[in-house]
Design a protein around this ligand. Structure first.
Ligand code: RTP
Ligand code: MG
Length: 149
């Protein structure tokens, strides 16, 4: 089933200049970028986005991390893409994440795990609406127009 997922490169990914490398993993897999935005997440947006974790001991550190410098928010579209993207991203703790996953290859610390991805269709819908207006999402069809090779 064709799905949309919300994916965000966290401040460490942007600051470490990993945007291109990370983006290419989704594109090479066969997924389609339909929205992208560099933004500074503020405390209110971080608290809404990670609301499910508000009572956890790591919450204030998580908000400090996500608001520390700009992040790159995206909407990615593709067949079963919510679970496929979670596999590409890897486990929450980068030390346990398989090599070949983004977290497994580029990160060492759960508190600096470089990328977020929606974990379910309902999270994806909520997160996409939180970060994007409908006119910022370009839900185009890819067809062979003679220049895809
Ligand atoms: P995300 O939401 O960012 O995609 O990460 P996730 O689903 O893999 O993990 P989740 O349980 O939703 O946790 C959200 C983020 O909180 C930080 N965290 N720190 N110190 C800790 O024990 C701890 N646990 C989670 C991580 O940055 C994690 O990505
Ligand atoms: Mg999560």
């Amino acid at each position: 089933m064709i799905e949309k997922s919300f994916v965000m490169m966290k401040p460490d990914a942007v600051s470490r200049r990993l945007i291109g490398k990370i983006m290419s993993r989704f594109e090479e897999k066969g997924l389609q970028l339909i929205a992208v935005k560099l933004l500074q997440v503020d405390e209110e947006l971080a608290s809404q986005h990670y609301g499910e974790h508000k009572d956890k001991p790591f919450f204030s550190g998580l908000v400090d991390y996500i608001t520390s410098s700009p992040s790159l928010a995206m909407v990615i579209k593709g067949d079963d893409c919510i679970s496929v993207i979670r596999k590409i991203v890897g486990a929450t703790n980068p030390k346990e994440a398989d090599l070949g996953t983004i977290r497994g290859d580029f990160a060492m610390d759960t508190g600096r795990n470089i990328i977020h991805a929606s974990d379910s269709p309902s999270s994806a819908e909520r997160e996409i609406n939180l970060f994007f207006n409908s006119n910022e999402i370009f839900d185009y069809e890819i067809s062979d127009q003679g220049w895809i090779y």
